[in-house]
Structures are given as C-alpha cells and as structure tokens.
Design a protein around this ligand. Structure first.
Ligand code: BES
Ligand code: MN
Length: 447
C-alpha cells in the first residue's frame, strides 16, 4: 500500500473505530471496585471481540490470578518482524459523577474532543491499535501480538505472574505501550522516562479509645493532630520532598513556561509552585509527595473528641531510575522514626512500582520516529512523563534488549483520572495513522 492509500484507509476506518471506542467506554471497567468485576470481564470480552472482528485469528481472554487481559496474535509474514501492541482496558473510578459535565460512561463530543472516563486513558490506546490493524484489513505486513491489560490502574499487581505465564508469547522485536501522552496537542512525543511510585496507607494510634477533648486535651495527644504533624515533616517549607534516601535522575530538557503550567493545571492566582529546579525536572526527574486521602472524622460529624486513630494515604512519585523497594523503605522509615510522642505507626497498605528509562534509538524505534513525523506533519519530541506504568519496568527487567516504545494520546488537557477526562480527536487520528505507517515501514524490513 502507498502512504496515500494508508491515509485514505485510516480516514475511512476512523468513524467505525470511534463507534467501537464509544461502546468500550460504555462498559464501566473500574478495576479498583470489586462491584465492577463483571464489567471488567465484559470489557475484556468486548475488546477480544473487536480484535477477532479485525482479523485476529486466535484472540483469547486470559489472566494469572488477577483481572482479565486480552492476548492475540497475527502471525508474521515469512521473514518479517513481530511487534507487540499494548494498551489497558481498565479505568479509574469516576469520582463524584455530579461534577461531570456529561455522563462519564457515554461518550460526548464537544469542540473536537470526546469526553468520558477511559476515553483517553486508555481505551483510546486500544482504538489506535484497532484502527491500524483495520487499515490493513486485518492482514498487517508484520507479525502483531495484541496485549490489552485489565489491571494497569491497580498498579498491575499480577503482572509478574502474568509474564511468568505468558511472557514468551508477548516477546517481540518491538513492544509499543500506547498509554502515555504527548507534549502538547498536535505534537507527537516518545516518552523516554516514567516516574516510579511508592505509596502507603499510614495509620497512627495514640489512645485505646476516644476522649472528651476538654477533659484530657493538653496532656494526651490525639491521633489526628499527631498524624497531621507527622505528615508535615514529609516536605520542606518550599514543598520539596524531605524524605532521606530519595534520588533525582537526568531527564529530557524542555521549556515549560509557568504561564502554560498555570493554564493547564487551573492553579489559582497567587498560589505558588512547589519544589525547585526547572518545571520538567520537578515533574519528571525528582520525587514528589502528595497526601491523597485521609480517614478521619468528617467535619459534619465532629464532636469535641480526641480521636484514637487516624489514617492517611501518602503517594510518592520516584525518579525514573530509583529502586522502588528502596524508596518505599525510605518512606516507611521516615514515617516510623519521625512519629511524634511515640505514637504507634503501622502500614495497612504499602506498594511500590519502578519507573523506567527508555531510549528511542533502536532500528525499529527509528522507523517509528519517521512514521509519526510523517503522520503528524511535525518532528516527534522525546519527553519525560511524571506518571507510572509498572509494565514498562517489568519488561525492561525481563526482556533486556527488546525495543520498547512509549507512545499515546494523552495531552495536557486530557484530565486522565479526573472529572471530564477527554481525548483530542485530531491527535487520535494522527496516532492511528502513525502506527499504521510504522507497521507498513516494518513490513519491508527483515526480521
Ligand atoms: N496512562 C497512565 C500513565 C501516564 C499518565 C503516563 C500520565 C503518562 C502521563 C496510567 O494508566 C496510570 O495512570 N498509571 C498509574 C500507575 C499506578 C497505579 C502504579 C499512575 O501513574 O498513577
Ligand atoms: Mn493508562
């Protein structure tokens, strides 16, 4: 096929692919909520049916003790390489539904963007692969393995077991993780670094039972004040992380003007940035620490009572090359050693996932840079990202030397995980064309 043909083919496939994306989005595949387990299963079946319909001869739904994933193979034409195309079909919870501008599980178009939970992160990734394969009528010019995970948003807890069981059939000449983002709308980008993640639920206990705050306040510490004091030791006055043992990496340098950052984040006038260093260093290279949630008495139910126990969920994004287990240990050590008044500190939950450093220098990656440049009409960038994809680190550890490419259709306006998540339709079409052009280029290479 000529490139003009492929452009025409992708354009012809896009409306149908977007309809299929809308059908996938309508299934609330929230992996973190057990009441949606049937939906996660139905979502996997729907993804499998789509690739079966797109000519994949042997798609199946498989798991290794966790959430259902989809795996399928288009065999390689004689002498041609094989690529593995990855995305995930599980999504984050919606948050307060009443805050959404439209139903989170019904795709709605406004001003060139589609709005819904998972429409960008990461059901769009599935749809990019689907569009590229349909452009070849289900007979791609290279071998293609499809891998669509169902528990990425949980931190991929069973990925090690999954790769023990299925890793051999996922091994490929290049592995495309279509779950990342671009520097800005209209600018294709390869992600070269992702941050890791260490998170804990920290529980503080000071009393055996609640007490009248007037009778005993001033002599015995309550758990909530003690927890808040402890959390305050995690950052410096300028908002930098103050946990010993966390490191900083080298990442891509790009200029992120503070005005652009304010506009993209909705930072309120007069509220300052936290941390030090360039903006992208703070986002991609350095650790960041956020208290995500508290278990404490709600204000509406408060009485003048000293609380015996309080909990917080603390999340630390890690430098891309930091050992995640070491970082988690450092965080737990800080919270244990710095607890005021000898309060009892425990960790009902603790989890770490490694970041990754990915070069884009291999022969198949270079073809991808050229293909995306052609599809988008502009030179791709190499960028970092502050988010985490545990699979990327697992692949690097288990399949050293395999070319890994991190692409995607998130953009700074996508609000992944947030209210009113959205996808830019123009970028989506370009991403699909870029992937198709890449497969076409690889089809004339020897394996
Ligand atoms: N697609 C994101 C990762 C991402 C976000 C890449 C932003 C680039 C830019 C992914 O689905 C995700 O959210 N991952 C989780 C992983 C965690 C549960 C271990 C994350 O980063 O919070
Ligand atoms: Mn994702």
């Amino acid at each position: 096929m000529t490139n003009t043909d492929l452009r025409t083919r992708i354009a012809a496939e896009l409306p149908g692919v977007l309809d299929d994306l809308a059908r996938l989005v309508a299934i609330p595949s929230i992996s973190a909520q057990p009441e949606h387990a049937d939906d996660v299963r139905a979502s996997a079946e729907a993804v499998a049916a789509l690739f079966r319909g797109a000519g994949c001869p042997d798609v199946r739904v498989v798991e290794a003790g966790g959430q259902p994933a989809v795996v399928g193979h288009y065999p390689a034409p004689e002498g041609r390489p094989t690529v593995c195309l990855y995305a995930h079909h599980d999504v984050q919870p919606t948050g307060p539904v009443e805050e959404w501008s439209s139903d989170p599980f019904a795709v709605t178009e406004r001003d060139g963007r589609l709005y819904a939970r998972g429409v960008a992160d990461d059901k769009a990734g599935i749809a990019v692969h689907l569009a590229a394969l349909r452009a070849f009528d289900g007979r791609p010019p290279v071998g293609v393995t499809i891998f669509v995970e169902g528990e990425e948003e949980l931190g991929s807890p069973t990925m090690p077991a999954f790769l023990d069981a299925y890793g051999d059939e996922l091994r490929a000449d290049a592995f495309v993780i279509c779950d990342s983002g671009n520097w800005e709308v209209g600018r294709p980008s390869f992600t070269t670094t992702l941050r890791g993640l260490a998170e804990v639920v920290v529980e503080v206990r000071t009393l055996g039972h609640a007490l009248h705050s007037g009778m005993f306040g001033g002599v015995v510490p309550d758990a909530l004040t003690t927890l808040v004091t402890l959390l305050g030791t995690l950052t410096d006055a300028d908002g930098s992380v103050a946990v010993d043992g966390l490191t900083t990496a080298e990442v891509a340098h790009l200029d992120y003007p503070p005005d652009r950052l304010r506009a993209e984040t909705s930072l309120l006038d007069g509220v300052e940035l936290v941390g030090t260093g360039s903006v992208v260093e703070r986002l991609w290279a350095k650790p960041s620490l956020s208290v995500l949630a508290l278990d404490a008495t709600p204000v509406a139910k408060a009485s003048n009572t000293l609380a015996p126990v309080a909990r917080a969920k603390v999340s630390v994004r890690l430098a891309p090359n930091q050992d995640a287990a070491a970082a988690l240990a450092a965080l737990q050590r800080h919270l244990t050693e710095r607890a005021p008044f000898g309060a009892r500190v425990t960790f009902p939950h603790a989890h770490a996932a490694a970041g990754s450093v990915i070069d884009v220098d291999g022969p198949l990656a270079r073809e991808a840079v050229a293909a995306l440049g052609e599809a988008w009409g502009v030179e791709p960038l190499r960028i970092g990202q502050g988010g985490s994809i545990p699979l990327a680190g697992e692949l690097a550890a288990r399949m050293p030397g395999m070319e890994v490419l991190l692409t995607g259709v998130l953009d700074p306006h996508a609000r992944a995980h947030g209210i009113d998540e959205s996808l830019d339709l123009g970028d989506f079409g370009k991403a699909a064309l870029g992937e198709a052009l890449w497969l076409e280029r690889l089809g004339s290479r020897d394996a």
